[in-house]
Design a protein around this ligand. Structure first.
Ligand code: KG4
Ligand code: ZN
Length: 357
């Protein structure tokens, strides 16, 4: 139909997100039950806990999104739901509920790949045509891919150890940034971005560029994490810092660490651009890189990517912050894109909901 309406459901990690989106790219209604605040307190996502919270929130998340949209489930053309990748128990909560709704209301179900949704949602906000380059950086993922079509992705590189958000969160925690009230209720990545803005002398800390000798597009963040913690421990010893105290150079260390993370990400993105040029994988009239995932919210890191992008003739786009982090909008939008091309439209519910990665 010319203007379809899709309900999207996302439960792959720690946020229960739902949205109602139409084919023009308008968000008619949305809801987000975030567990972030809780996980900041406990220092990470607990799969058993996450599962229970999704179970408690899923019905309200769906009904809130529909109510905000002023829609009844009968007005919806299809239900799109994340089926991979993610925490198995969490994925099952969304997928089971989507399947139940599709069955009783006789609606088609569209399985969605979480990473593909992160990449494609940029098309809702910017003029982004296939093929384009995507960089996904969050607490759970880190990859560079060439997006050739709605259902055609070529992985160019990924992290060989941790994801950048995971490392930012661990370092922020180890630096005890949460002990300052202004950083106590935000993610580690955001805390580091704010703390870095107060730095006056970051050049006292230097980090080698990870994987500098390698010409591929892979990432590595564990070395940067370890060297940052080592420098932190040196200063703690030097200043005889105890218990809950922060080192006096905490802002400078945050800034130097953030700079190293940004330089590494920009360097690998540059490699991907050179690869695309070499094999003519991107149309020279349409060079675009999309940056998404929670770490894309970091303006310093985003600007570093924008900088290499402009040197290579690329336009650099990112969705609004609340759509960079996990959300239901991107799932609903991916449903719209698949509906348009009649890809993966399921009406037979005898199959299992969640597919292995
Ligand atoms: O995409 P997301 O909500 O969930 C997944 O991990 O999939 O991303 C959350 C991550 C966390 O690690 C958080 O520290 C990071 O994104 N993050 C940031 C910023 N805001 C969130 N990292 C750096 N700078 C930020 N401003
Ligand atoms: Zn994500």
């Amino acid at each position: 139909s010319p203007n379809s309406v899709v309900l999207g459901i996302e439960t792959s990690c720690d946020d229960t997100g739902c949205a109602v989106v139409d084919s023009t790219g308008s968000i008619l209604g949305e809801s987000l039950y975030s567990q972030t605040a809780l996980h900041i307190r406990y220092g990470g996502v607990n799969p058993v806990f996450a599962h229970e919270l999704h179970r408690n929130n899923i019905e309200s998340a769906v009904s809130d999104a529909l109510r905000n949209a002023g829609k009844n489930i009968k007005d919806i053309d299809a239900i799109a739901v994340t089926t991979r990748p993610g925490l198995l128990l969490s994925l099952q909560v969304g997928a089971k509920y989507a399947r139940y709704l599709c069955r009783i209301h006789n609606k088609p179900m569209i399985p969605i790949h979480h990473m593909e949704a992160h990449a494609l949602v940029a098309r809702m906000y910017h003029k982004v045509q296939f093929p384009f380059l995507v960089l996904l950086i969050s607490g759970g993922h880190c990859l560079l891919a060439l997006v050739k079509d709605v259902d055609n992705f070529e992985l160019l590189g990924k992290s060989i150890d941790n994801a950048p958000g995971e490392v930012l969160d661990k370092v922020a925690r180890r630096m005890k940034l949460r002990n300052k009230p202004e950083y106590s209720k935000i993610s580690g990545g955001q805390a580091i971005e704010l703390a870095a803005q107060r730095s006056t002398n970051l050049s006292q800390f230097e980090f080698p560029l990870p994987l500098a000798k390698y010409r591929d597009c892979n990432f590595s963040f564990s070395g940067l994490k370890d060297s940052t913690i080592r420098k932190l421990e040196e200063r703690e010893m030097e200043h005889n810092v105890m218990g809950d105290e922060l080192i006096p150079e905490v802002y400078d260390l945050c800034a130097a660490f953030q700079l190293a993370v940004a330089e590494h990400i920009a360097h690998r993105t540059h490699r991907a651009m050179l690869y695309c040029e070499k094999y003519k994988l991107i149309d020279p009239k349409n060079r675009v890189v999309v940056v998404s995932g929670g770490v894309a919210c970091n303006n310093f890191i985003f600007k570093s990517i924008e900088h290499v992008g402009s040197e290579m003739g690329y336009k650099t786009y990112r969705p609004p912050h609340n759509v960079c982090t996990d959300n239901g909008v991107m799932i609903a939008w991916n449903g719209i894109e698949k509906l348009r091309k009649q890809i993966d439209i399921r009406t037979d519910f005898s199959l299992k909901e969640v597919e292995p990665e």
